[in-house]
Write a protein that binds this ligand. Sequence first.
Ligand SMILES: [Zn+2]
Length: 315
Amino acid sequence: MCNIHEKKIVSIIGSGRTGSTLLMLILGSHPDCFALGELSKLYRYYKTGKPLCGICQGTCEFWNQLFDEQELNQLTSVLGNTRLNSLVPLVLEKKIRKIFNQEHIFNPYSTIFSKLNENILIDSSKEVDWVKERYQAQEFTSGKIENYLIHMVRDGRAVMSSKLRITPGLTATEFSHQWAKRIRATNDFFDQFPSERKMVVSYEKFVTQNEEVLQQLCKLLQIDFIPEMAQYWKQDHHLVAGNTGTRSLILKYRNQETNVLLDQVQKRQGNYYENMGLQLKLDLRWKDELSSEQLEIFNRIAGELNKPYEWDKQT
Ligand SMILES: [Zn+2]
């Protein structure tokens, strides 16, 4: 527990549809951790007036009440890699602020830490390029905050089934190429990262051997394993974006069943989440949903790359 680096950022990377929201919520239910959601989306949500918090769905007691307008403006601009001042180019502003020792604006995680008691933030932004950009910040290069990587993986065929289900018009060929590209980029970044601060988490293993995986994760982050953290729906969370199905389970627990989010899930997923309890359940719908033609296309394009992630155990 007595680590010299007190503050840690855990970045969850990988393709979408891998259960990263679930992992983030469970980690975020540990008393030392706070789940941020997909911070990479904060800028877009803020600019377009979308609710920042996927749980509160309106004025959020964290994002809206602990940050004033100017702080949110600066924070979201830095995270969105855009200008803070429309008259000054970003590169120039960075230089000037460095000269005057006013770089705190460009250290967004430090700003967020200043609002919280927790020492570990979980960010499930997933896109490697965005994460790389964040790690250039002085808050990381100075060693003030330690960064940890979790590569969340899942059988690519299950990811395909999930993605096709929610993306009208997407073909198996397009998906397979996109997935392969994403996995290669993620692996390249992950491979170069220090081994003592990273871990691969398989969705299937996480769901079927949850406690074992959580113990490994807690060991990695040097925090005590607390079994109750798995009951993520009992804790308060304020996450940006995230999987709507998983979020709907939290809302269900809170009896907010008339929420718009649930209508959206119903439209996309039928009764899957409706009939699901709050316990973890391995989602193998791909076995019934994908046609042999779709599977053939995936195997031809990405089959080799998917070998380490294949999960063929029966339920
Ligand atoms: Zn909230």
